[in-house]
Design a protein around this ligand. Structure first.
Ligand SMILES: Nc1ncnc2c1ncn2[C@@H]1O[C@H](COP(=O)(O)OP(=O)(O)OP(=O)(O)O)[C@@H](O)[C@H]1O
Ligand SMILES: [Mg+2]
Length: 423
């Protein structure tokens, strides 16, 4: 005997639960997916007839199942990508089935309802979904949630490479390659992991390319995040207020123009073609504080536009992703985004050009990385002690010119006085 109990725990989307109203209950997730697509109107047209997706392959993968669907002609894939929540909610509409054996342990007393509820809740996780496309639509349904924390390990690093790890998805490392996507915007509400991510990126770059990377670090939160790096030999400029920021921006712009001239005069198109191995990173934490400074923003826009070819890359982190904090010119020139939870769909739209960041769970380090594709990841957590341990060999004591790397030309002429203070 089978007793079936249907419970719609997550109401809200008609498409996601309307199939429960049909006579035949869905047998499995593949069946549910098919019905959600039909109910949501995610269909195409072939020979004048409405057609829905067709399941071509189903494979067990680590932590879940992968479904591969053929799409009908005229299918608008972005509808699914923008509304992946409908699919996720639909798959989490609970359809519980108890066999008699399930009920053997239940005691028929006053707490019977509580006991049944416990069995129901104890059984299911909230399933999570990952979408992919390779000519077919790939839907991965995971039966267990992503971990809420991923500890840092040095194995995440690719040595001698401009790719840095920015997140992990179920054991797979997601990297951002600065030589392919030159700049990066990092956004998110306060306390959800922007500075942790940026510090991890700086440390990773120092570990991967100690002799080729240099930095200009602007920490407009009073230096709390970047202070630990200021004596690293790779750091040419360090500033923590708007005046210092403007000074640094001017220096970086000058350096960039000099470098660009060298590249163009040499008959090359960019730093890669000119076979120049050095790269400079201008990193601003709480960039919104600069947004009111017209001169600073003009210089920054110039660096964003011209820096790509000259090997001058920008990481622009902000807690306030408004149109003013991320001006259009900057946004347009920085297509790669790493976005942690935000408080509204409007803020998400500013960062990602779509909603989604407001629906992320409130877990520090859980973010959306948008490059060519958009993925949800968990950023590894590198602690301040781990950073200290990894950068200590690069810390330069004031006046210690012996350890000064010859690959940092500008540091030699003492032009960059802002880093000379030792804590
Ligand atoms: N990837 C992560 N994994 C686990 N915990 C994290 C992660 N990132 C951040 N945290 C936790 O959240 C705290 C705040 O993170 P962080 O300082 O990076 O926030 P923020 O986004 O820079 O905030 P603010 O805008 O206020 O500067 C950290 O001290 C840490 O405890
Ligand atoms: Mg911060």
């Amino acid at each position: 005997m089978i007793i079936s109990i249907g419970s719609t725990l997550l109401m809200g989307y008609v498409a996601s639960y309307s199939y429960l109203k049909t006579k035949r209950l869905p047998k499995n997730d593949a069946d549910k997916i098919q019905r959600i697509f039909a109910n949501a109107g995610w269909v195409g047209k072939e020979d004048g007839e409405i057609r829905t997706i067709r399941l071509r392959r189903k494979t067990k993968i680590e932590g879940g199942t992968e479904y591969v669907y053929q799409l009908p002609l005229g299918f608008n894939r972005s509808k699914v990508e923008e509304n992946v929540q409908i699919l996720e909610d639909g798959l989490n509409v609970k359809q519980k089935v108890f066999r008699v054996s399930d009920l053997k342990k239940v005691k028929f007393n006053k707490s019977i309802l509580k006991q049944l509820k416990k069995i129901l809740n104890g059984k299911g996780f909230r399933k999570e979904i990952e979408l992919d496309y390779d000519g077919m639509l790939i839907i991965r349904v995971f039966d267990s949630p992503m971990p809420e924390k991923v500890e840092w390990t040095d194995t995440l690093i690719k040595k001698n490479n401009w790719s840095v790890p920015i997140g992990v998805i179920r054991g797979k490392t997601i990297v951002h390659c600065f030589d392919r996507r030159k700049h990066l915007i990092v956004a998110g509400s306060t306390g959800f992991g922007k500075s942790v991510a940026v510090k991890m990126i700086i440390t990773s770059l120092i570990m991967s390319k100690p002799n080729d990377v240099t930095f200009s670090l602007i920490d407009l939160k009073g230096g709390v995040a970047f202070n630990r790096f200021k004596d690293c030999k790779q750091v040419k400029n360090y500033g923590r207020n708007n005046e210092e920021a403007l000074e640094i921006l001017k220096l970086v712009q000058q350096d960039m123009n000099d470098e660009y001239e060298k590249i163009v005069d040499g008959g090359f198109e960019d730093v890669a073609e000119a076979n120049i191995s050095e790269r400079h990173f201008l990193i601003i934490d709480e960039a919104a504080d600069l947004a009111g400074d017209k001169e600073a923003m003009e210089i920054l826009t110039d660096i964003v536009r011209k820096g790509r070819g000259a090997g001058f890359y920008i990481i622009y982190a902000t807690q306030y992703p408004s149109a003013q904090a991320i001006p259009m010119q900057i946004k347009r020139n920085i297509p790669a985004r790493l976005c942690y939870v935000l408080d509204s769909a409007t803020a998400s739209m500013t960062v990602l050009d779509g909603s989604g960041a407001e629906k992320l769970p409130e877990i520090p380090g859980r973010g959306i990385y948008k490059n060519v594709k958009q993925v949800i990841l968990q950023t590894p957590f590198m602690t301040n002690d781990q950073i200290k341990e990894r950068i200590k060999v690069h810390i330069q004591v004031k006046g210690d010119t012996e350890n000064e790397p010859s690959s940092i030309p500008s540091a030699k002429n003492g032009k960059y006085s802002l880093i000379t203070e030792k804590a």
